[in-house]
Design a protein. Sequence first.
Length: 110
Amino acid sequence: MPKSPRLSFIIAYLFRQTKRISSVQIAVGELIPETDEQIQLQWSTLAKDTAFSQTSLTIRRVPAEQQCMACFEKYHPLNRETSCPHCGSVGAKIITGEEFYLESTKEENE
């Protein structure tokens, strides 16, 4: 399984912190193709034999929302479908659902 560059970046950022971290929460958009299990496996692989090997990872999924560029209605895409349920147009702007970022950390003894 290829390693996620975004997850690698988050771990690299955490390595620069001076505090001991017991848990990490990331926000991942619904449109990101990796499953939570795949992300957890990647985390375990990247954290293995490091100071983060015992650090827990929590994933918060961010629901997808799109806006039709023809009728400007906002909607939740079903099954990653991009056609507008209001007018049938296929041009949409993704408002949310592509996030992948470090949301919070918890230090040891907090």
